[in-house]
Design a protein. Structure first.
Lengths: 325, 362
């Protein structure tokens, strides 16, 4: 069995799809000769040529806008936004066209475009390189929002995203790019697209999270187990579609729920999860649904980001709070 | 001086074949390969466009459309340049492109359902007529044209994408990104800017300090033309150069067609707030249809019988449009749920089910 980092798994997923379908093309800033600033597109241009791995001019709206045109023509573009904070110039193309073209044309034109975005903090970066941008897109109908937390899921979800007829915002938790996992490619019996994963079974409290926060949540669940607190941990994997059935089933069993994200909490997807739990599992709840998140501030400078990102203690404190409510 | 690019040295002259009085500019230097049938077809589509456009405005005034964006005065720019389209070509329009839609033989009612509020993209088969849905966010469609044309180029398909926008559109970032990407990729795109003088109320002088818009082409490494946008023959001839450039693999071209929007920006706009009667009258005197009629009559191409035939066809098209639009009901409302995703997310499926239950309970 081979060891893969998440970065390598993503690279392999792109290679797998490009071999499988010659309409799949990769485009973005520095994705060609350099292989991307995180090397996710490493060696793809050498293998597939400059027409299938395109170093674009430095303009994010241009990348997404031309990808839309390429998709209308019949290609399946996989765009890279270099960093979360550089996605904003493409916001109009994403929300006004990418998300709405199918609806506008009554499904006569579909846009199988994937936009890969390294997102979130934790790598000691300068401003604009650590943003949690998921809620901007979960609020926009017509997009699928995907975020893996492990190397094998990164492979599975990226392949499924590229094969998906709908546009996908594929959020890569950049501080987890270098985590390792042993598995063979292609991933055997992957979970269906849109299905959440129960990462750890438990009976006392459900912790729901996704992407970059999953590791912290799993560590917290292990730590809690040492104190005889049994946490069930759910990795959402896709925010749209949201697999509420898996979440509700778990909460109805445990009676308690904590939602963890590193995004600022106001208007966050964690709020959406909490609201739905209270709408659908209210009578099963023995405590309010609580959230752990970043603060309602711009992402802070690197020297203090450890104090911003939810850590083991902050997660455990909130688990304690729902248990002792 | 070495190293200086001076905007003061840019020529603001424009290409012209037909003067406003319908006489030919001697030594206009443009290649006009139009046969008598071509002239008749250009004229026919201009009249058809004008009459359908007028009826569309009427329909809005009578409450049958929520809003409408008239093309009155811009027929020559659209139809002259657009006449170079071949069947395999694609159009990425803004929301004021009726002339080109008529060239593509689209049923105007199918587009006007957008303005009636029946369906956002209108109701036609975009791929069959190779005319993308009207794009409302300014200049965003220019990038789609560049991507589409680049895809065709990758496949070795001989295809040109024509994209249309106004003078205001050239201030948008997407326009510049589209011009830049097209230049770098040598994309077979024709950028048609209908410089109609105003972006709603704001005149061009407040939109740019550049001496012309066609000079912008230079900054993106492509040829730029400035043409009398009310002269259908010059628009055709310049369009021919641009389409030939694209088809021969040389890449994009930018065309600035100098025209005037004689109507309001949209029927929700009141142009008397920002422009004078005198100005409007000046442009009425440069009407694209009137001058072409003078020319065609002087050449013996336009007979009274053909004129009448075109007018009749336009009237019939207007009546047919009215018949299709007036009273057209809403579509089945569940359709608004059904086309958002290829596979409906479970949360949306539940909303739809509740919507259906609630309506049944009414």
């Amino acid at each position: 069995m081979a060891t893969h980092t998440m970065a390598q798994a993503l690279n392999e997923a792109l290679r797998y799809c490009m071999k499988d379908n010659d309409r799949v093309i990769v485009m973005g800033e520095d994705v060609g000769r350099a292989g991307g600033v995180f090397r996710i597109t490493d060696r793809l241009q050498q293998e597939f040529g400059e027409q299938r791995v395109i170093d674009t001019p430095l303009a994010e709206s241009g990348i997404v806008g031309t990808a839309i045109g390429l998709a209308i023509y019949g290609f399946r573009p996989v765009c890279e936004m270099q960093f979360d904070g550089f996605t904003y110039p493409a916001f109009e193309q994403i929300t006004s066209h990418l998300a709405k073209y199918r609806s506008r044309t009554m499904s006569k034109i579909q846009l199988p475009v994937v936009i890969r975005i390294p997102y979130g903090g934790g790598i000691g970066a300068v401003e604009h390189h650590s943003e949690s941008i998921e809620a901007y897109f979960t609020h926009t109908a017509g997009l699928r929002i995907v975020t893996p937390s492990t190397p094998s899921d990164a492979f599975t979800l990226l392949v499924q995203s590229i094969e998906c007829p709908d546009p996908v915002i594929f959020l890569e938790p950049k501080r987890r790019y270098w985590i390792k996992e042993d598995f063979d490619l292609p991933v055997a019996s992957p979970l269906p697209f849109g299905k959440a994963r129960v990462v750890r079974e438990g009976t006392d409290c459900t912790i729901v999270s996704y992407g970059p926060s999953m590791r912290t949540v799993e560590d917290a669940a292990r730590e809690a187990a040492n104190d005889d607190v049994s946490c069930e941990v759910i990795d959402l994997r896709t925010l749209v579609p949201f697999d509420y059935e898996t979440v509700m089933e778990s909460v109805k069993k445990t009676g308690r729920a904590v939602v963890v994200t590193e995004a600022p909490l106001t208007g966050s997807f964690a709020g959406e999860v909490a609201a739905r739990i209270q709408e659908e599992a209210f009578l099963s709840l023995q405590a309010p649904v609580l959230r752990v998140g970043g603060y309602d501030i711009p992402y802070p400078p690197a020297k203090v980001e450890d104090m911003y990102l939810p850590d083991l203690d902050r997660v455990l404190d909130v688990v304690d709070a729902v248990l002792n409510y | 001086m070495k190293g200086l690019v001076d905007p003061a040295t840019v020529s603001t002259e424009m290409a012209q074949v037909l003067r406003p009085d319908g006489t030919i500019v001697p030594d206009h230097g443009l290649d006009l390969d139009l046969k008598e049938d071509d002239h008749k077809e250009l004229y026919r589509v201009m009249i058809l466009t004008r009459l359908v456009d007028r009826e569309s405005t009427n329909l809005q005034r009578q409450g049958e459309l929520g809003v409408y964006t008239p093309s009155l005065g811009q027929e020559a720019s659209q139809i002259g340049v657009g006449y170079n389209l071949q069947p395999q070509d694609w159009v990425f329009p803004s929301y004021r492109e009726l002339g080109i839609a008529m060239l593509r033989k689209i049923n105007p009612a199918d587009i006007l359902h957008l303005f009636r509020g029946t369906w956002h993209g209108g109701l036609y088969d975009y791929r069959a007529v190779r005319f993308a849905p009207y794009s409302v966010p300014i200049a965003t469609q220019t990038l789609h044209a560049v991507g589409f044309a680049t895809g065709a180029k990758f496949d070795g398909e001989n295809l040109v994408a024509l994209t249309c926008f106004g003078d205001g559109g050239t201030s948008e970032g997407d326009f510049h990104e589209a011009m830049n990407f097209a230049g770098v990729w040598k994309a077979p795109v024709v950028f048609l800017c209908q410089n109609n003088g105003y972006a709603i109320s704001v005149p061009l002088a407040k939109q740019t300090a550049a001496p012309t818009l066609h000079v912008r082409a230079l900054g993106y490494g492509m040829p730029g033309y400035r043409v009398d946008g009310n002269d259908v023959l010059a628009c055709y001839a310049i369009g021919k150069l641009a389409f030939a450039h694209a088809r021969s693999g040389k890449g994009p071209t930018f065309i600035e067609a100098m025209t005037y929007r004689r109507g309001p920006h949209s029927t929700a706009d009141d142009p008397t707030r920002y422009r004078s009667d005198e100005e409007l009258k000046e442009w009425e005197a440069r009407d694209p249809v009137a001058r072409y009629e003078v020319y065609l009559e002087s050449e013996g191409i336009l007979t009274e019988a053909f004129k009448q035939q075109c007018a009749d066809e336009g009237k019939q098209a207007a009546s047919a449009l009215r018949a299709s639009i007036v009273g057209a009901g809403p579509l089945e409302p569940t359709l608004m749920f059904d086309h958002v995703y290829d596979e409906m997310p479970p949360t949306l499926a539940r909303e739809r089910a509740k919507f259906v239950r609630d309506r049944e309970g009414e």
